[in-house]
Design a protein around this ligand. Sequence first.
Ligand SMILES: CC(C)(COP(=O)(O)OP(=O)(O)OC[C@H]1O[C@@H](n2cnc3c(N)ncnc32)[C@H](O)[C@@H]1OP(=O)(O)O)[C@@H](O)C(=O)NCCC(=O)NCCS
Length: 431
Amino acid sequence: MKILNDKLAKVLAAKRDELKAIGKEHGDKVVGQIAVEQVLGGARGMVALVCDTSTVPADKGLHIRGIPIGELAERLPEEIYYLLLTGELPDAAAVKEINAEFAQRNKVPSYVFDVLDAMPADSHPMAMLNTAVLVMQRESVFAKRYESGMPKDEYWQAALEDGLNLLARLPGIAAAIYRKRFKKGPRIESNPKLDWGANYAHMLGIDDPKGEFKQLMRLYLVLHCDHGAGNVSACTASTVGSALSDLYYSLSAGLNGLAGPLHGLANQECLKWVTETMEKFGGVPSVAQITKYAEETIAAKRVVPGYGHAVLRVEDPRFTAFVKFGKAHFPEDPVFKTVQNVYQAVPAVLKQHPKIKNPWPNVDAASGSLLCHYGLTEADYYTVLFSVSRALGITAQAVLARGMGLPIFRPSDTTTKKLREAAEKSTTKAG
Ligand SMILES: CC(C)(COP(=O)(O)OP(=O)(O)OC[C@H]1O[C@@H](n2cnc3c(N)ncnc32)[C@H](O)[C@@H]1OP(=O)(O)O)[C@@H](O)C(=O)NCCC(=O)NCCS
């Protein structure tokens, strides 16, 4: 892992110096205000984290290290991992090195499968994945080295070891969960000749004569890789990691957050909502029929999954990339056509509710229809795919956090009484 290690050593040394200098020169300067509505609104928009892997400008969507995600759609997930970690796209030798590392580290300990086998047959695939990650904690290089007195400036190297081991094993574990949970037959051995995304597709066992599903998996794993540091899963993972809990603890914690229906589970919910409309109207529903169904969903005090976002205020470029893939490969697929009709109908409905800040589709609005087309119809599994991808970002953020020497996370709290008193005393309005 020489290329990646050497590059990271340089990048992180410079980053540590930069952060130290900013703190020293400007430590007491004020860089933002906090309005009462932010305190009451899930800390929305409060800047409290440093994250260099990716940004999510509200008017543009995901950028990985300054590059719009749409421009990275043809890349391999391995390339994106290097980019997340170092800030640069890798050359062929660096990609080869990451692939070799993944191939060398991908053996899943047999006890992981024993634990999965012992879980109730109807366990949610996300509960299975997070259990598998957590049960491997005994493998943590970081935990072992910490116990034996590892100096602080080596933390990032140990975190990188954990990150690479986890990423190497996750596709095999995730594929095994799919095959077990949905009774698809025995586990499929990994194929060391394939790249990370294609190997995951291969181990899932989806029939793929033209290699299109492998292409979709690479795209899927690239598009979901990271989304800044403030989202529930990234924020949870980094909070847990800031206590120097190793990546097995922190990734599992973060992915438990991804399992929530307002976050990663929305892709599962989204396909269910789309197929509900198809069942209700007996085929591909018209825009008018979907409009009515969306209005009924909101009247029933439910959300329309796949639409809206805590940060974005435009169509999610990841949605755009998925739709482009669908249009190129199967424009006439009924579920995909329904997704496009939903896109024609739903924003107009949401715009009628001024409280909804973003009426546009997010990443989850189209992904399920693409997976369905290739026969991966089990929506309950979709957040596991999301998790395998998001592990790229979460593990990269952890390596950088340890490398930058970020401290334990400890925001402050207030009581309702104190908040009211402070708000009544304040004469400053946000903006
Ligand atoms: C993503 C999401 C959780 C963001 O929440 P948020 O930051 O609170 O968004 P807003 O400020 O726009 O929400 C304001 C109100 O509009 C509602 N709203 C937002 N998006 C909505 C949607 N797609 N359908 C119906 N109502 C929606 C919220 O539930 C909230 O209602 P409340 O005040 O009664 O609680 C929200 O848009 C949502 O639930 N979307 C559907 C689930 C989804 O697709 N999640 C995946 C995100 S990547």
